[in-house]
Design a binder for this molecule. Structure first.
Ligand code: NAD
Ligand code: DAU
Length: 343
């Protein structure tokens, strides 16, 4: 049972939801959050717990081996577990500029694995994605045995990292578990991803851009269900195993955009069909038989409830949205942290 847990990328969408969940559900754990605070990392996501004595934040770029090891050396004892969320996570950005994806997602993972190799007591959880399996046709679902067939620079970088994790287990005996999850939605998601982008555009009367014909399908899961899945895999997963998580909640993109338009502005006039994403994966769907059977995990949040709550959250937090969209928080971080190490 871990007492000190290092997480990477805790200021991002899923990582910050995971920190909130852990502080509620594992009150005796100490959480150390390593995050570089890229455009997607936001201290406001954790402002409500920033002074909690069970929580420590260290600003670290995981690709920088020296900084990473120096930060981890400040801990009173080596951690019991490490859950690796940090990544460049947006497919469209990986098409515009793949290099950051190779650096953070592959080299960053390699740096953490090297740390884990020197601290073999540590359980390592790799938070990965259904996108490593590629794209489905209209039928079927990804299982843990589906061959890796990544199609975007993002998913190829995540697949490369997953293979390094596998190799470090096989070759060096590291205690690793890999989770692969479908599309998350919920509070604190950066509004470049479909659901928050559409909520904010509908609210502000801006065009709602649907790629291609809007018929691509994703399997949506509420972020809290995913976080409970990662926690379950951390505590009960078998070394070397891969676990798929998904919400069993397939929707095509147009259905979702229309539903958001209905709930936020009450009409479809803002919806625009735009040029498709290059290499756009057609459909993702997760077979979650294994996590049901072996870990006793089930998604709890229905899409209807989760979407309504998420819309409510974005509408109730205009200052968070304004700040994230203005990017002013980034120039503040750059000033604030200039010359500070591990602040
Ligand atoms: P996000 O983009 O919201 O957050 C990423 C976080 O990582 C940010 O806080 C950022 O500052 C940090 N980070 C980026 N580069 C870093 C570096 N070099 N060093 C340290 N920190 C760095 O991402 P997310 O949506 O929360 O995704 C988290 C993880 O879950 C990712 O590994 C992603 O591949 C995976 N995942 C995401 C989804 C999804 O739907 N969002 C689904 C399945 C899996
Ligand atoms: O499947 C898990 C993955 O889900 C994660 O690994 C990624 O980190 C996460 O970003 C997400 O990837 P997607 O590419 O599926 O998510 P995104 O929100 O970017 O897009 C969802 C779908 O909506 C996709 O088919 C593209 C479409 N889309 C997206 C945007 C931003 C649009 O039609 N219009 C848009 O403006």
């Amino acid at each position: 049972m871990p007492k000190t847990l290092v997480i990477t990328g805790g200021c991002g969408f899923i990582g910050s939801n995971f920190v909130h969940l852990l502080l509620r559900e594992r009150p005796d754990w100490h959480i150390v959050n390593l995050d570089a605070l890229t455009y997607a990392g936001n201290l406001a996501n954790l402002a409500s717990i920033a002074d909690d004595p069970r929580y420590t934040f260290l600003r670290v770029d995981i690709t920088d081996a020296e900084a990473l090891n120096a930060a981890l050396a400040t801990l009173p004892a080596p951690p019991d577990a490490l859950v690796h969320f940090a990544a460049e996570s947006h497919v469209d950005r990986s098409i515009v500029g793949p290099e950051a994806f190779l650096n953070t997602n592959i080299i960053g993972t390699f740096r953490l694995l090297e740390y884990a190799r020197k601290h073999k007591q540590l359980r390592y959880v790799q938070v990965s994605t259904d996108e490593v399996y590629g794209s489905l046709g209209d039928e079927g679902a990804f299982t843990e045995d589906t061959p890796i067939a990544a199609n975007s620079p993002y998913s190829a970088s995540k697949a490369s990292a997953d293979l390094m994790v596998r190799a470090y287990h096989h070759t060096f005996g590291l205690d690793v578990v890999t989770t692969r999850c479908s599309n998350n939605y919920g509070p604190f998601q950066f509004p470049e991803k479909l659901i928050p982008l559409m909520i904010l555009h509908a609210k502000d009367g801006k065009p709602m851009p649907v790629y291609g014909n809007g018929k691509n399908v994703r399997d949506w899961i509420h972020v809290e269900d995913h976080c409970r899945g990662v926690l379950t895999a951390l505590e009960h997963g078998k070394p070397g195993e891969v676990y798929n998580f998904g919400g069993e909640s397939e929707r095509d993109n147009l259905q979702i955009v229309q539903q958001i338009a209905d709930l936020v502005c009450g009409h479809h006039d803002l919806i625009r069909f735009v040029q498709d994403r290059p290499g756009h994966d057609w459909r993702y769907a997760m077979d979650i038989t294994k996590v049901r059977r072996e870990l006793g995990w089930e998604p709890r949040v229905t899409f209807a409830t989760g979407l309504a709550d998420t819309i409510q959250w974005y509408l109730a937090n205009p200052e968070w949205c304004r700040q994230v969209l203005s990017q002013e928080y980034r120039s503040f971080y750059d000033q604030w942290y200039a010359g500070r190490t591990n602040a």
